[in-house]
Design a protein around this ligand. Structure first.
Ligand code: HEC
Length: 132
């Protein structure tokens, strides 16, 4: 019996480690995918490239907002974030390009994991409560 309990515990611990390791590698993939595809508009740390992302650009369109928890990215469910990555800004009459056919499913999920990882603890907590 004891052996069984120990075995079950070990199994739990190793599963947990696996999940954590998978998350880590997904975040790492998200970081490079972000640097290669998104940073040019959203900033290298997703902090935006302008001081005030609410102010329209000279051409009348809005700049790419920060995704790091300081704007409202964390108000959107993972599904809606995936929708924006796939379809770009078309649904809000924006100009973000669509990445539907440019990135793999793993890369898109990795981007969502990476963006989530940038948020402050308190925001992650609220997000988890609402969406996870
Ligand atoms: C050519 C510039 C550009 C690129 C490249 C770009 N974006 Fe955007 N993104 C924008 C703009 C501008 C918006 C605001 C909506 C609009 O105008 O389309 C936006 C909005 C978003 C939003 C919604 C944010 C919110 O708070 O509601 C997410 C999420 C997002 N982008 C993620 C990404 C990711 C991930 C990538 C890389 C795969 C990326 N973007 C690449 C310009 C860009």
């Amino acid at each position: 019996m004891k052996v069984l309990i120990i075995f079950t515990l070990l199994l739990f611990v190793s599963c947990d480690r696996n999940t954590a390791a998978n998350k880590e590698s997904s975040i790492a993939l998200g970081k490079t995918t972000f640097a290669n595809n998104c940073a040019i508009c959203h900033g290298d740390k997703a902090q935006s490239t302008v001081d005030d992302w609410r102010k329209p650009l000279p051409n009348g369109s809005y700049p790419a907002p920060p995704l790091d928890g300081t704007a409202h990215t964390w108000h959107h469910s993972p599904k809606s974030l995936l929708g924006t990555i796939n379809n770009g800004g078309a649904e809000f009459k924006g100009w973000m390009p669509a990445f539907k056919d440019k990135l793999s499913d793993d890369e898109k999920q990795a981007l969502i994991d990476y963006i989530y990882d940038l948020w402050p603890k308190e925001i992650k907590k609220q997000y988890d409560k609402r969406f996870k």
